[in-house]
Design a protein around this ligand. Structure first.
Ligand code: SAH
Ligand code: SF4
Ligand code: F3S
Length: 449
């Protein structure tokens, strides 16, 4: 029933959703459905949604409603386009979504991806509208087929869910409790990926550092990370690492494993101890800075990035100054800055929140200016160096220029060498001599040119 049906995917949110989307594509393709790259060409539309901030919620409503006016492909045998909403909003709102959006046929959650083909088949055959949600997944659904976006890079989820309950965050409510995959399972998949030619593996989890606590009684992230490095894959990365659980053992690997990339995303969220307490982050500013010191000791060339929330309920100018100073002191290569967004059902949504919007916006703007300055300064250290770049494809502006990422996760642009076809180097590692460093990218020449 899904054979030769065309489908389009909207993907929002974090890498977990990116990975879930790859599994959805893999699953639908095993039923014979075909992915297309526009809504116009699609008989089925699937939304993989995010609700971590309000903006993401609003986007779904607009986009789901707007596709109503797009006619079905002329050769479709359906009499209506089938629309499915999954991911974190699906999990949070369930049945309510069918009430809010009258063109939605199927709602599925973060634990019921495997049921999607059945639900779509049902919707196509009897026009029924259905919701499939589970409070919690029984285990770690690792056996669904996956269709990787790139053949050379792979996400490898090691945990799902989150037990941390930061007071602002909805993720634990929509992704459920933290569950780890067995060490064996992760290492088997890593070896399989390497044998398929994957060059870069990114271990995924909301807090990878607590990997294994549910299975083995204590966190085993260092072990799984070392095991994946030992497969010999060119590049290993991971996200996200909660500062409260980052161990010395894991930090040491940055000094010893050549294929563990010199880049660490370590979300600070705030630099004020009072706000960190209110956020339930369970570390102090001092403990965070101590981690940064240790990480840089293990590998002085490491690049750091972080997430910062501006305007958490009750944040004063002094609290903000502490955040600003922390960002300045650490010297991040990249900071993901967010204005606090109230999420119903979280503890922070109940906290008094009377800081005027303009004040928060002003803090945000000051922080962003600092972040850009830092990023520019951090990038200067690469000028004159030769960096390995994993080639991803043509740059947006110029087809003769390719784009890729350096070990430090900085975007690099360089001319495709003369006499070389870009297709032939996509997914391979080339050496680039860096000539110029801008705020968000580096440019250079392929070595030997
Ligand atoms: N598990 C990861 C990231 C989860 S969400 C971690 O703990 O780091 C990604 C980022 O979104 C968070 O780090 C946080 O900075 C931001 N975020 C989460 N909830 C938010 C909210 N209610 N308002 C604004 N930003 C939020
Ligand atoms: Fe959200 Fe905190 Fe869990 Fe990250 S660690 S997903 S911010 S609750
Ligand atoms: Fe968003 Fe869900 Fe990820 S809420 S950030 S897609 S876990």
């Amino acid at each position: 029933m899904l054979a030769n049906k065309t489908f389009y995917l909207f993907i929002y949110g974090c890498q977990m959703n990116e990975h879930d989307a790859e599994r959805i594509v893999g699953l639908l393709e095993t039923y014979g459905a075909m992915r297309v790259d526009s809504v116009e060409a699609a008989e089925i539309v699937v939304f993989v949604t995010c609700c971590v901030r309000e903006a993401a919620d609003i986007r779904l409503m607009g986009q789901a409603a707007s596709i109503k006016n797009i006619p079905l492909p002329a050769d479709s045998t359906l009499n209506k386009r089938i629309v499915a909403v999954g991911g974190c909003i699906g999990q949070r709102d369930g049945l309510e979504l069918l009430e809010k959006l009258d063109n939605v046929d199927v709602v599925f959650g973060t634990h019921t991806i495997d049921q999607l083909p059945g639900l779509l088949i049902k919707a196509a055959s009897d026009h029924s509208r259905s919701v499939s949600l589970l409070e919690e997944s029984a285990g770690f659904a690792s056996d669904l087929p996956s269709h990787r976006k790139h053949t050379w890079a792979a996400w490898l989820p090691i945990t799902t869910g989150c037990d941390n309950f930061c007071t602002y965050c909805i993720v634990p409510y929509v992704r459920g409790r933290e569950k780890s995959r067995t060490l064996e399972d992760v290492l088997d998949e890593a070896s399989l990926l390497v044998s398929e030619g994957v060059k870069e593996i990114t271990l995924l989890g909301q807090n990878v550092n607590s990997y294994g606590r549910d299975l083995y009684g204590s966190p085993q992230f260092a072990k799984v990370l070392k095991g994946v490095c030992d497969t010999g894959v060119d590049r290993v990365r991971f996200a996200t690492s909660h500062p409260k659980d980052l161990t010395d053992e894991v930090i040491a690997l940055f000094g010893t494993e050549a294929n563990l990339m010199p880049y660490l995303h370590l979300p600070a969220q705030s630099g004020s101890n009072r706000i960190l307490r209110e956020m339930n982050r369970r570390y102090t500013r001092e403990a965070y800075l101590d981690l940064v010191r240790k990480v840089r000791q293990a590998n002085p060339d490491i690049s750091l990035s972080t997430d910062i929330i501006v305007g958490f309920p009750g944040e004063t100018e002094e609290d903000f100054q502490q955040t600003y100073n922390l960002v300045k002191e650490v010297g991040y290569s990249q900071v993901f800055t967010f204005i606090y967004s109230k999420r119903e059902g979280t503890p922070a949504a109940e906290m008094p929140d009377d800081t005027p919007r303009e004040v928060i916006q002003d803090r945000f703007d000051r922080l962003v200016a600092l972040v850009q300055e830092n990023a520019y300064q951090q990038n200067q250290r690469f000028v004159g160096r030769w960096l390995d770049v994993l080639v991803e494809g043509p740059s947006k502006r110029d087809p003769r220029v390719f784009t890729g990422h350096s070990p430090h996760n900085v975007t690099v642009h360089a001319k495709v060498p003369s006499g070389v076809a870009l297709e032939d180097i996509v997914g391979t590692m080339v050496q680039v001599r860096i000539d110029e460093a801008k705020t968000w990218y580096l440019t250079g020449e392929v070595v030997g040119e």
